[in-house]
Design a protein around this ligand. Structure first.
Ligand SMILES: NC(=O)c1ccc[n+]([C@@H]2O[C@H](COP(=O)([O-])OP(=O)(O)OC[C@H]3O[C@@H](n4cnc5c(N)ncnc54)[C@H](O)[C@@H]3O)[C@@H](O)[C@H]2O)c1
Length: 338
């Protein structure tokens, strides 16, 4: 496309994160235009379109895929629809930004990757931590050799509590497919060039033990061994009462980098209660800049063809670890990655 034109973006899936991305396109990105919103839930696309001044809303995603004026799509539906929508959008010639996880099986991932390759369209996946300032500076320090050879890595996700969702409405294995998938991508990205060789996962229902029988697991610890000898640990829990907490650490032969902070700012209050500070409550607050930067990069990719963000292969690599975790929990033993 011409570098002078604004990129026409369609949102597919106008729920929590989709609405946030749509707001980013409208308010935070200079060279993108929110041209359409599609969501099958009655009224959902219309309401968001009205709020954001978007001129086209539909309940049928196919309508936006067949519109030649749409250059790019943001897919933010529930995960089970992602891979089919990626393939359909690519086949329609649209550049694709897809929220994580891009797919739930390796076959689905391969299909999405192949569709984007055959259509020669960019495919970027929503691993937003790569755009966070602390994580990207950490990655740069590791790439520059400033911590030497990585030996121990950590990544954690604690979703904000109290956990108020109905566990019955959350698909089984969400903790691996949708939460820890971020940590798996982060660890693969930070342990530059290394391949995971073995995964061991332990998971339980500690927040809602009454849903354990039904398979809803809310707490997990994962150990990953890499072919460069490094050992990584990732953990997650769905109810951090102090707020949204994402952190990472890489310890190597020459030093260590730590990344991420639950504290909302460096403001610290000292009073008769003691010393305190506020924390991030939501992912949209913690990663406002990172979410914006990842979409800005995607829009730039659409305009220039220069791909910078994590793509389909990265999504597949993280998915392989999630699938190995599920297997490991089932058999209560480590799983080798071929
Ligand atoms: N990167 C991140 O930090 C981050 C944060 C939140 C969510 N996510 C991911 O984004 C995805 C959506 O999460 P959410 O919390 O916004 O979910 P949500 O349930 O709030 O919203 C999903 C929306 O998609 C719509 N939808 C369902 N089927 C559809 C279809 N076939 N076509 C179009 N729209 C459809 C639903 O009606 C709903 O409005 C999930 O995969 C989730 O893991 C990523």
């Amino acid at each position: 496309m011409s570098l002078n034109n604004s990129v026409n973006v369609a949102l597919i899936g106008a729920g929590r994160i989709g609405s946030f991305h749509a707001e980013s396109v409208v308010y935070r990105l200079a060279d993108a235009n929110l041209a359409a919103i599609a969501d099958p839930a009655p009224g959902t696309a219309n309401q968001l379109a009205e709020k954001l001044g978007c001129s086209f809303a539909t309940t049928d995603p196919k309508t936006v895929l067949s519109d030649p004026d749409i250059h790019a799509v943001i897919i933010a539906t529930p995960a089970r629809y992602h891979s089919n929508l990626v393939a359909a959008a690519a086949e329609a010639g649209k550049a694709v930004f897809c929220e994580k996880p891009m797919a739930l099986t390796i076959e689905e991932a391969n299909r999405a990757i192949d569709a984007a390759k055959s259509a020669n369209v960019p495919l970027q996946v929503g691993f937003n931590r790569r755009w966070d300032k602390a994580f990207s500076e950490g990655h740069e320090a590791i790439a520059n050799g400033q911590v030497g050879t990585p030996q121990l890595l950590r990544s954690l996700t604690r979703d904000p509590g109290p956990f108020g969702a109905d566990p019955a409405r959350i698909p089984n294995w969400t903790i691996f497919y949708e939460t820890l998938i971020h940590d798996f991508d982060t660890l693969l990205w930070l342990n530059i060039g290394a391949k995971p060789v073995e995964v061991y996962a332990v998971a339980d229902a500690l927040i809602r033990p009454d849903f354990k029988e039904a398979g809803h697991l809310d707490t997990a610890v994962v150990t990953i061994r890499f072919d460069n000898g490094a050992i990584a640990v990732a953990d997650a829990n769905f109810s951090a009462l102090y707020g949204y907490d994402v952190r990472g650490e890489v310890f190597g032969s020459e030093g260590m980098v730590t990344m991420g902070d639950a504290r909302r700012s460096s403001m610290t209050l000292f009073n008769s209660q003691g010393v305190s500070c506020d924390t991030f409550r939501l992912d949209a607050h913690h990663f406002l800049d990172a979410y914006t930067a990842q979409l800005a990069s995607f829009i730039n990719t659409v305009r220039t063809g220069e791909v910078k963000g994590p793509g389909g292969e990265d999504a597949r690599s993280a998915l392989k670890i999630a699938l190995a975790c599920i297997q490991s929990v089932k058999i209560k033993a480590p799983v080798s990655l071929g």
